[in-house]
Design a protein around this ligand. Structure first.
Ligand SMILES: [Zn+2]
Length: 608
């Protein structure tokens, strides 16, 4: 639904993020910026002194966290002010300065870990046992010494540190190429009207009922990537080789092992996801059948994946969306729900509507000492409801982690994060499908769910398989070229596509170039484990299992004080086993059945 994009000044204040709760004015930000800059030097008094004893160590850790939290707050204010209005020059400058002072704060505390390592684990353990105030840092120390096995000598570490900056070039190159240099041929509507294709407009065109517009936009987009396939492949190969180089320098067994080592995730979690996904691609084939029947097309094409399934999508106001999210999360208890409702309707956690100059997409962010803010572009529809639910899942995770953990554990992993956000969506969806009889709303909710699953539970595991294969090729000393990558990607998509979806091998095969996620090695699989963990935990709570809601809240409160896999296990889901992935495919199966019934194609699909 197209809604008119207004000037920021036209948006009522109640729908804008609460900047004043962070700093009363930009002048106050300036004052704090200067004050913090001067106070960072205070950390210097502990440099070389940590070995003196537990009290000194404790004082240093407490001061470091205080200063980091203050720097972080400066970053949040600058980052949000800039995100909601990127046209303000002043905002861009403030953002740069905030990042600078955060780096300065981190650098000021850089002596802490090496000093801890040189004190040694036995002595630190003794200190922790002797001083209950240090107990809090037990996990921090465990993690520090665990990671120590891959830390090299000072000289090697210095060189590895310095190589990171030139290594960043692969990312700046790909961003410059696809975001600035690429020019896409315009798409054409069925009546011959030209529609400009840009990185920002593609998604909207792919959701257009006009099939010709979708086809021409999708082809134009893929063809531009294909035109530069050699450059794109060379750049991705460089990134993969860099990663394998770092893996060898740090003496890891494989690049997969290295990537998962950070959060202490065993490789079995990754392989288990992929294997279970492959066993269940039949669910996707069934969905394509239903989708083809609803759209009434002869052959389903990749550009039909996002085509709307109803011509009467319901309108959902922001107030309604907040109410539904709150109702869906009611099983977590009044305290949780009321906190969230107050955040959305009174404390202005959410910057709700689009405005000119506002950053696209949605995200949740904040820091200990601020509200867990959300930036989004709510468009009065089911997709907005779903995004709001997702981002509030992140926000409540942050809120509870910050409330119950020290700054040092406040940044939970991406692996855990995507469980909390998808959990919210799973709960709200289940609630509405159960309690709201509006057929159009039900179709829209399932449509949105399938869109989400398509990204998290089809594209992401497929990209994960792709990066495993490309990394292994480099690890074996083999090279790769553009055509080889296109072949590989097309083969991988052929499985979930099945016979139901036309496989345009070149245009589907270039998908690897369209996800810059692949420049963050082995990042994408966590979307699929996240959605699996979320549905597994939601199922326990929806089934009314005793203690399930409390266990889930404990997972949120734990923040980064426990390894993500352990925290999730305590909450009731074991992501190293196939069950959560299996269970999520069951949810998907059920959605496909419901969709077939709601759209009246169930019999036709069963007979085909
Ligand atoms: Zn998310």
């Amino acid at each position: 639904m197209a809604i008119e994009v207004r000037e920021r000044t036209q948006i009522p204040k109640q729908f804008t993020w609460n900047a004043e709760s962070v700093f009363a004015s930009p002048q106050d930000w300036e004052t704090e910026f200067k004050a913090l800059g001067a106070e960072l030097e205070g950390l210097g008094q502990y440099h070389g002194k940590l070995a003196e004893g537990p009290s000194t160590l404790l004082a240093a850790l407490e001061l470091l966290q205080q200063l980091l939290a203050r720097a972080w707050k400066l970053v949040i204010y600058a980052m949000f002010s800039y995100s909601v209005d990127t046209r303000q020059q002043e905002g861009a400058q403030r953002q740069g300065r905030a990042e600078g002072i955060f780096a300065q704060a981190s650098a000021a505390g850089a002596f802490v870990n090496p000093e801890l390592l040189s004190i040694g684990e036995p002595k630190l353990r003794e200190w922790v046992r002797g001083d209950p105030r240090l107990m809090l840092y037990d996990h921090y120390l465990t993690d520090l010494f665990r990671k120590q096995q891959h830390v090299r000598s000072t000289e090697v570490e210095e060189l590895l540190g310095r190589v990171m900056d030139p290594f960043l070039a692969v990312f700046t190159t790909i961003s410059a190429l696809v975001d600035s240099d690429f020019q896409f041929q315009p798409a054409r509507s069925a009546n011959g009207r030209e529609i400009p294709v840009t990185q920002g407009s593609l998604d909207t065109i792919l959701r257009d009922p006009d099939r010709e517009a979708r086809r021409t936009a999708w082809e134009s987009y893929a063809d531009t990537y294909l035109k530069y396939k050699n450059t794109l492949a060379s750049n991705l190969a460089a990134s993969t080789r860099q990663n394998v180089y770092l893996m060898r320098a740090r003496r890891h067994e494989s690049s997969l092992e290295m990537a998962l080592f950070k959060d202490n995730i065993p490789e079995s979690v990754f392989h288990n996801l992929i294997e279970t996904f492959r066993r269940h691609v039949g669910t996707w084939h069934r969905y394509w059948k239903v989708r083809r029947a609803v759209l009434g097309v002869e052959q389903l094409q990749p550009y039909d994946v996002w085509a709307p399934l109803t011509d009467r999508p319901p309108t959902v106001s922001y107030q309604q969306a907040v109410d539904w999210v709150c109702e869906g999360l009611a099983p977590l208890g009044d305290e949780y729900v009321e906190r969230m409702r107050r955040g959305c309707l009174e404390e202005r956690w959410v910057d709700v509507y689009p405005n000119l100059g506002k950053r696209q997409g949605a995200f949740s962010h904040g820091s200990p000492g601020t509200y867990p803010f959300v930036v989004m572009s709510f468009a009065d529809d089911v997709s907005g409801l779903s995004t709001l639910a997702h981002e509030l899942g992140h926000s409540m995770h942050s809120y509870l982690a910050w409330k119950h953990q020290p700054v040092i554990y406040s940044e939970y992993s991406h692996f855990a994060a995507e469980v909390a956000s998808n959990f919210h969506q799973a709960m709200v969806r289940a609630y509405l499908l159960q309690n709201n009889g509006d057929v159009q709303l039900q179709i829209s909710i399932i449509e949105d769910a399938m869109d989400n699953f398509h990204r998290y539970f089809l594209i992401m595991p497929t990209l994960a398989r792709f990066e495993l294969e490309t990394h292994q090729r480099v690890e074996r000393g083999e090279g790769f070229n553009a055509d080889g990558l296109i072949e590989l990607m097309a083969d991988l998509f052929a499985e979930p596509f099945g016979a139901e979806m036309q496989l345009d091998r070149l245009r589907v095969g270039i998908t690897w170039a369209q996800f810059l996620h692949l420049y963050q090695d082995y990042y994408v699989y966590q979307y699929a484990t996240g959605i699996s963990g979320a549905h597994s935990l939601a199922a326990r709570i929806l089934a009314g299992e005793t203690g399930a809601a409390e266990a889930y809240l404990e997972f949120l409160k734990a923040g980064a004080s426990v390894y993500p896999l352990d925290a999730l296990r305590a909450a009731g889901v074991d992501l190293s086993s196939p069950e959560p992935v299996e269970q999520t495919f069951k949810v998907l199966d059920d959605l496909v059945d419901r969709l077939a019934k709601l759209t009246g194609v169930a019999e036709a699909v069963a007979a085909a």
